[in-house]
Design a protein around this ligand. Structure first.
Ligand code: SF4
Ligand code: SF4
Ligand code: FES
Length: 262
């Protein structure tokens, strides 16, 4: 049931949905029946099942675990399976778009390749030194670095912080809050042995020193992580390494501290 009228009748919501790709597209209006405890993902699913089966969007778990359902809702990045309509409805209207700062594939599905590539660029993979024949090293939950690492580990890769980040909008090379948050978590994992290489990776021109610390990421992270604090930790770590050991980020290039290396 699609409608060209912007008005909504009692019991229905006027929902504008982005249709198309990054180059061509427009908003299309649907009238969606309002239900108790309805989520934004329920609204999108209703449109696909009852109004336009061609609508593209992404989801998997529906319970806030997989991070795949994030979209812009009335201009704010949100996990749609855990966002109730009655919390975000304005004048009985919703506007639903794909996440900001990522190329659109089609409709509400965006291409997250660059988001995940940046995890690799920030050396977001654990690099241990033990083999599979050795026992897994036990780390007490009370250790100070373990507690710091724990605070940053609940990331579900939803991309909401990345969509909220203005620096990513201005500088598409910026590694972004999620990748840097992951780097900070690993820097505090005592079993990881790639600390110096990871510091070089996050200290470059597109790294932690680009963050302006205004907390857009922390404001909207659905799991209440604080990438801004993680990035501040990385800045401190890079500075300490630079003063203590003259950390060189990329030979021949300026590092995040403005030092040009031989
Ligand atoms: S605090 Fe830093 S990483 Fe977070 S949104 Fe702002 S610029 Fe981006
Ligand atoms: S830090 Fe938060 S907002 Fe960013 S990807 Fe992880 S869970 Fe999503
Ligand atoms: S569908 Fe998995 S987090 Fe929303």
């Amino acid at each position: 049931m699609s409608s060209s009228a912007a008005t909504s009748s009692t019991g229905s919501i006027a929902v504008s949905v982005w249709r198309g790709d990054a180059r061509h597209g427009n908003f299309q209006l649907f009238q969606v029946p309002q239900q108790p405890s309805q989520t934004i993902l329920d609204v999108v699913t209703w449109i696909q099942r009852h109004a336009d089966p061609g609508l593209s969007y992404r989801f998997a778990c529906r319970v806030g675990m997989c991070g795949s359902c994030a979209m812009m809702v009335n201009g704010i990045p949100r996990w749609t399976c855990r966002t109730h309509v009655n919390k975000v409805l304005r004048d009985n209207r919703l506007t639903i778009e794909p996440l900001r700062n990522m190329p659109i594939i089609k409709d509400l599905a965006c291409d997250m390749s660059e988001f995940f590539d940046k995890w690799k660029q920030a050396r977001g993979q654990f690099e241990g030194s033990s083999t599979r024949d050795q026992q897994v090293a036990a780390l007490s939950p009370g250790l100070p670095r373990r507690r710091i690492a724990d605070a940053a580990t609940e990331c579900i890769n939803c991309g909401i912080c990345y969509a909220a980040c203005d620096v990513v909008s201005w500088n598409r090379d910026y590694l972004g809050p999620a990748a840097l948050n992951r780097a900070w978590s690993l820097q505090n994992d005592e079993r990881d042995c790639a600390g110096e290489q990871r510091l070089r990776a996050v200290a470059g021109d597109a790294g932690c020193h680009q963050c302006h610390a205004q907390q857009g990421c922390a404001t909207y992270c659905p799991n209440e992580l604080n990438p801004t604090a993680s990035i501040a930790g990385l800045k401190r770590m890079v500075s300490q390494a630079w003063f203590n050991k003259g950390l060189a980020c990329h030979p021949g290039k300026k590092c995040g501290l403005g030092k040009r290396h031989a």
